[in-house]
Write a protein that binds this ligand. Structure first.
Ligand code: ADP
Length: 577
């Protein structure tokens, strides 16, 4: 009996004196809050953090460049409604990750950039530490919130605050600064455990005011030519069934923004995508659901918007209202709650829009769809964007559950119009900034988070920003098929150096480059294709096998337009006109 007592006493003492440290507390805090994956790049001072995270059952995906890891974390946030976590080393690694953090914040994706940093005392006196940088100050303007933790017992609070800031209200990017010294700090294990916080209700519902719902429904009812515009906020909100019910009960034509494609299938009879210009110009009342009137929507004014409009806007951020034009009926709240409240109010007897409006939209759609079908059916040699896209359009139709990542200029613009999406949150693209370089990060995270195949369609220029991650894709053996529309250059591949000198024109790449060899170099599958039939066979084989694949699709170098559809944003010198 005495022996048992002694043994119990020994355990009690050990339990009291058992130690933990900053490394373990960070990992425990993340795991406690259901965060399972880390996207990052190990190095001083976070190598052991990454190692221990893996040892403790987290999935740690190590990239070749922090920006791609950050983009992966950002899109993981969009896909899961949990903050995607990116881990970087100090100074340059942190700065590389910061681009992705800023992009996440701009796109309203929840993400936490955790970065190791140098000694505070040395940094603040600017005494020249290894990778010295005041990272917190630099991160602040690019993030929704930024925190630094100096004491191990505050790690729980730091992680909890970061999670809440990332996912509550309008989601965004959060920076969490962890100085090297903190990670090595030790404290009693039990005290450490007790200091951690499991965040309760991290993204609380925000119910709309009832009078805002009344106002919105009254305006909708008064409309002669109503339009619903769905943005990626609506896709993020995961209110898919209610959004569909609202669209169908009201009978109003709708337009999805690019990352809202598939929220309802693009083939839905009420989709007005094929009559986009017409409905934007003609509508009299537009209901925005999780979409901002930013540059992507010509700020809600000008020629694009044609006839005078009244706007209803559903958004979680009250200050989004009136940011570009007057919003007659603001509905502030989370999309799930707002749409539910609208549905209740709309009931079953909502008057459908008049036949004149619906017929006019359908007429436009039919005409444009017929024109598109004709363009797609043309056999061209070499392939152009459309003959290649015809193949991918059918692939996505046959595999609606795969994620489709898309970046580029022409490759993006044409694909967005041609490729129908059938399921929510499957189209992942350049987003609010229209930025290139997100391709491989998004593809990796989509594969990791969904456990389903990914088709990543990139222009040759766009791919260059994150191309080295083909090694990551091979290393983790991810079911990703990359298709590169290769037309030898930025926009197109036929520019010449105006001086006649030896250097190539500034928008040109190596002619006939074989990007497929990059994938082969790391043990993946490469294909070089020059016809739609070859493209079809290569992509289908990739989806069947699930092996990392890169298809170099040779496109007519003369195909493509300057800046894709953004010609208006590209100032041109009067000399080159
Ligand atoms: P798009 O680029 O597709 O037009 P934006 O990124 O411009 O979409 O707009 C998304 C909007 O959705 C943002 O204004 C954001 O505040 C809002 N939003 C994001 N999540 C929610 C949510 N759960 N409930 C309500 N609004 C949301």
């Amino acid at each position: 009996m005495a022996e048992v007592d002694n043994e119990l006493q020994r355990h009690a003492v050990e339990a009291q004196t058992a130690q933990t440290d900053g490394f373990h507390l960070v990992i425990d805090a993340l795991k406690l809050n259901g965060i399972e994956n880390i996207y990052g790049l190990p190095g001083i001072p976070v190598t052991d953090l990454a190692r221990l995270a893996q040892a403790n059952g987290m999935r740690v995906i190590s990239f070749r460049h922090e920006q791609n890891a950050g983009n992966a974390a950002a899109i993981a946030g969009f896909l899961t409604q949990k903050p995607g976590v990116c881990l970087t080393v100090s100074a340059p690694g942190f700065l590389n990750g910061l681009t992705a953090l800023a992009n996440a914040t701009t796109n309203c994706f929840p993400m936490i950039l955790i970065s190791g940093s140098s000694e505070r005392e040395i940094v603040d006196l600017q005494q020249g530490d290894y990778e010295e940088m005041d990272q917190l100050a630099i991160a602040r303007p690019h993030a929704k919130a930024a925190f630094r933790v100096l004491h191990a017992e505050d790690i729980g609070v730091g992680v909890a605050r970061a999670i809440r800031a990332a996912v509550s209200g309008r989601p965004g990017g959060v920076y969490l600064d962890l100085p090297a010294k903190l990670l090595a700090q030790s404290m009693e294990a039990e005290k450490g455990r007790n200091s951690l916080i499991k965040v309760v209700d991290p993204a609380p519902r925000q119910l709309p005011a009832p009078d805002s719902i009344d106002r919105a429904v009254a305006l909708l009812k008064s409309a002669k030519r109503p339009l619903i515009l769905l943005g990626k906020g609506a896709a993020y909100a995961r209110a898919d069934a209610d959004i569909r019910a609202l669209v169908e009960k009201t009978g109003i034509p709708y337009l999805p923004m690019s990352m809202a494609k598939g929220l309802l299938p693009d083939t839905h009879p009420q989709s007005a995508s094929a009559a986009r210009s017409y409905v934007l110009a003609e509508a009299d009342v537009v209901m925005l659901v999780g979409a901002r009137l930013n540059w992507l929507l010509s700020h809600g004014k000008g020629k694009t918007w044609g006839k005078p409009k009244q706007f209803i806007q559903i958004d979680i951020s009250p200050t989004e209202m009136d940011s570009n034009v007057a919003i007659e009926a603001p509905v502030v709240g989370d999309i799930g709650s707002c749409v539910k409240a609208l549905l209740e109010k709309v009931g079953n007897g909502f008057p459908k829009p008049g036949a004149e409006w619906l017929n006019a939209v359908d007429e436009r759609k039919d005409k444009n769809l017929a024109k598109m079908a004709e363009t797609l059916s043309k056999e061209t040699s070499p392939m152009n964007f459309h003959s290649a896209l015809r193949v991918l359009k059918d692939v996505v139709k046959e595999n609606p559950g795969i994620s489709f990542v898309n970046e580029g200029a022409n490759t993006l613009d044409y694909a967005r119009a041609v490729i129908d999406m059938y399921e929510p949150r499957k189209r992942l693209d350049v987003g609010t900034w229209g930025v290139m370089g997100v391709g491989m990060g998004y593809a990796v995270a989509a594969a990791v988070e969904t456990n389903k195949p990914v088709l990543a369609l990139c222009g040759d220029s766009a791919f260059g920003f994150s191309g080295m991650e083909v090694e990551t894709i091979c290393r983790y053996d991810l079911p990703i098929c990359i298709v590169i529309f290769n037309n030898n250059g930025v926009y197109k591949g036929v520019d010449v150096n105006p001086t006649g000198g030896k250097d190539p024109a500034v928008t040109m790449f190596v002619k006939g480059a074989r990007y497929d060899k990059m994938m082969e170099a790391f043990g993946g599958v490469g294909h070089n294709v020059t016809t739609p039939a070859e493209l079809d066979a290569a992509v289908k084989e990739a989806l069947r096998s699930g092996r990392p694949t890169l298809v170099n699709a040779v496109i007519d170098p003369a195909a493509g337009t300057e800046s894709g559809r953004l010609t208006n944003l590209n100032p041109q010198s009067s000399a080159s006109k």
